[in-house]
Design a protein around this ligand. Structure first.
Ligand SMILES: [Zn+2]
Length: 502
């Protein structure tokens, strides 16, 4: 029988680099050491640990001599990079990684890490010229419907960073649990973070220390953590903690069922602005990201209609109708966020009630209900992040129609995730406003880390490649072959994944 051919580097990486050329020979990792430019100290130390661990050895040595065999270099004269965001050259004598940015070097290191996990000590030689097609390549995790530990979150950030993704959108609040402590509103963590299920107290909060540690962990891996505090809908947990924030004044309970709830924040409440200011202000203290996500999705108006305080506010603020209260909320949130020197992101529902003229510089739209919403956002002048539920981005949906398959009502096949593209050919005039996309893992039906991993892989890998490569460079059959190598890497890290048909 013919011995199976050892795959070449061009056949094992996810996402596939833009240009990769396999060359003869092997580089020996175990006897190597790393040398770096001084601005790359952080990247180099982590690289030494990750590459050592990939070959089941101690951290690689870090040296200052230029004779070191792995060199990480910042190139100021970018023309030398030939328009790559980064270059890698692996020869039998050395590995050279060059980029004009530390982020580019980090992505190069993640490629070396994947190669080391596949080949061990002897890495086949190749040259790579690479860079991402979209700047925003993200994953959202819902930690309200089910609470996930900070250890799980950091492991996930490590996984997305290995896929050269760079945004972690952290859905921290919803009806079923408020996970972010606000000092001046202590009931949020004492009441809003917990629900009663079969007489068990279920839920949790993240301490500011835990959050800061997660943010720092992600920052080292060039991943921006974007927090979301969802308002004015999906706020029953906040109302249970502070009934004065609602139109009927309660009593409210943190629900144990899913869906869209009629009780939402009351625009006429005396405490509403202070509540928003304190919450977003404290958020800005914990998170270093340029963005804060303000939610804005699925907000019924039925309570506002019959609320005297909301009607008074509508007249006082000269709003067109009661539905415009959603626009009023969005404006308050945008003003607070821009006062904190950050930019807001909101779900596409807010497009129906805001004034584009005033807001395009301060707000980015996250579209989920169909590509038409992306087009509406860009034609109104907004930047858009695409995370469309029916186009491969909803990773809580089942992998197939098989009713035994776990997950929520819809279906997202691996192929759909791979075929996802934020932009369609007709959108080319708005190219600069399509900043990227993300996969969303809602967790109504995902209760623990193993289930979350099962839903994420390989679909998140497919999305990472869909956002990394231009459409014409994508190739699903090649992706499926390369996925089997990535699956081995996940196995080595004890991470579960979907094993059905691709
Ligand atoms: Zn009201």
């Amino acid at each position: 029988m013919e011995k199976p051919k050892t795959p070449r580097p061009s056949e094992v990486l996810i996402p596939r680099p833009l240009v990769i050329v396999d060359t003869p020979g092997f580089f020996n990792l175990a006897t190597s050491s790393i040398m770096f430019d001084h601005v790359l100290e952080q990247e180099s130390h982590l690289a030494a640990i990750q590459l050592g661990s990939a070959i089941h050895a101690d951290s690689l040595k870090i040296r200052t001599e230029t004779t070191s065999s792995i060199q990480l270099r910042i190139r100021v004269e970018t023309e030398a990079l030939n328009e790559c965001a980064f270059r890698i050259e692996i020869t039998p004598l050395h590995i050279l990684c060059e980029s004009s940015t530390a982020e580019g070097i980090w992505h190069a290191v993640q490629i070396l890490r994947q190669l080391a996990m596949t080949y061990g000590n002897n890495i086949p030689c190749c040259t790579i010229c690479d860079g991402p097609h979209y700047g925003y390549r993200g994953l959202m995790l819902d930690c309200s419907r089910h609470y996930f530990s900070s250890d799980f979150i950091t492991s996930l950030i490590d996984m997305i960073s290995m896929l050269r993704m760079n945004r972690f959108h952290w859905h921290l609040t919803d009806d079923q649990g408020w996970r972010f402590p606000v000092k001046t509103f202590p009931n949020l963590e004492d009441v809003g973070a917990w629900r009663s299920e079969n007489s068990l107290r279920v839920g949790g909060v993240y301490s500011h220390k835990e959050i800061q540690d997660i943010v720092a962990y992600a920052q080292k891996r060039h991943v921006m953590v974007i927090p979301e505090i969802d308002m004015p809908g999906h706020t029953t947990a906040a109302l249970a903690a502070y009934p004065d924030l609602g139109c009927t004044k309660g009593p409210y309970h943190v629900p144990t069922t899913w869906g869209i709830f009629e009780d939402v924040l009351c625009a006429g409440s005396n405490h509403i602005i202070r509540f928003m200011e304190e919450t977003y202000g404290e958020l800005a203290n914990c998170f270093t990201s340029a963005y804060v996500h303000i939610g804005g999705d699925e907000c019924p108006t039925v309570r506002w209609k019959s609320c005297t305080a909301c009607n008074e506010l509508m007249h006082r603020e000269r709003l067109r109708n009661i539905e415009s209260i959603q626009g009023w909320f969005t404006r308050q949130a945008i003003n607070i966020i821009s006062g904190l020197n950050k930019k807001a992101i909101a779900w596409d529902e807010v497009l129906e009630s805001i004034d584009p003229e005033r807001d395009t510089n301060k707000l980015t739209i996250m579209a989920w209900r169909g590509h038409k919403r992306c087009q509406k956002a860009v034609s109104a002048g907004f930047d858009v992040i695409s995370s469309l539920k029916d186009d491969g981005c909803y990773l809580d949906y089942r992998h197939t129609a098989d009713r035994h398959e776990r997950g929520n009502i819809g279906i997202t096949t691996v192929r759909q995730s791979y075929d996802f593209s934020p932009m369609k050919p007709e959108d080319s005039v708005y190219q600069e406003q399509f900043i990227g996309g993300q996969g969303n893992l809602w967790t109504e039906y995902i209760t623990d880390p193993e289930e979350a991993q099962y839903m994420l892989f390989p679909r998140l890998c497919a999305i990472s490649e869909a956002l990394w490569l231009p459409v014409e460079k994508k190739d699903y059959d090649s992706f499926v072959r390369r996925w089997h190598h990535h699956a081995k890497r996940l196995e080595a890290l004890n991470i579960r994944y979907y094993q059905g048909e691709l």
